[in-house]
Design a protein around this ligand. Structure first.
Ligand code: ADP
Length: 212
């Protein structure tokens, strides 16, 4: 059986007992294993949390019948932006392309978000936007970023409670590396975070590493 968590021998025994005898109380599971209810409590908690078992008050434990793949999908669909987002790197729309290039090196990011004088989202600058501008003949320190940025309303963004899987799909569909995490106000969008392909890669690895 494929499982999202590594089960101990005792946890496997518990699963077998519940599969055969469920619904069954913790008390009765303990009896069958010649253990005390207290000894079993952590194992039952893990199996319930991981989704293998369901507990109903005064009835007992049920086997959910969910496969490892179903459980993995369920945990994936619980990951939200707020647990994986990074701090946003933001510049004002009047700064020069030269300064924006310096910013991506200093802050070690691939994308910077651009805000207007009211600190609302106005645009996005990627590495390639900056490279493209550098290929022109213009004086980079005299060229404001708002001339070259991708601007509102064409910005793909997300909110802190969005599911990571939905943001991942947006990144793929829009063929971009990052989205700003925004908070909507009456006057515009405030940038409160940054969600990148790297954040999603980290979530993917965390999911694979999760044990119990
Ligand atoms: P790069 O250009 O460095 O490969 P991206 O693939 O993220 O980086 O950007 C591709 C284009 O999409 C750029 O022109 C950029 O301005 C734009 N872009 C990047 N992120 C967003 C976003 N969240 N919403 C809208 N456009 C974006």
């Amino acid at each position: 059986m494929v499982s999202t968590i590594e089960l101990s021998k005792r946890q496997d025994q518990i699963l077998e007992i519940v599969k055969e005898n469920g619904p069954i109380t913790g008390e009765h599971i303990a009896e069958k294993l010649n253990l005390t209810r207290a000894t079993l409590r952590p194992d039952l908690a893990i199996l319930t949390m991981a989704g293998y078992l369901d507990a109903r008050p005064r009835v007992g434990y049920f086997y959910t019948g969910k496969t490892g793949t179903q459980l993995l999908t369920e945990s994936m669909k619980k990951l939200t932006v707020k647990d994986y987002q990074s701090i946003p790197v933001v510049v004002n729309e009047n700064v020069s392309v030269y300064d924006a290039i310096v910013t991506i090196f200093l802050e070690d990011v691939g994308t910077v978000f651009v805000t207007d004088d009211n600190h609302h989202l106005a645009g996005v600058l990627s590495r390639k936007d900056l490279l493209r501008a550098s290929l022109g003949q213009k004086e980079l320190s005299a060229l404001p970023v708002n001339i070259i940025m991708t601007r509102m309303p064409n910005i793909t963004m997300c909110k802190k409670d969005d599911l990571l899987i939905d943001v991942a799909k947006k990144l793929i569909d829009a063929q971009i590396d990052a989205v700003p995490v925004v908070k909507e106000t009456d006057k515009g969008y405030e940038v409160i975070g940054r969600l990148t392909k790297t954040n999603i890669t980290k979530a993917f690895v965390a999911l694979a590493d999760q044990e119990g």
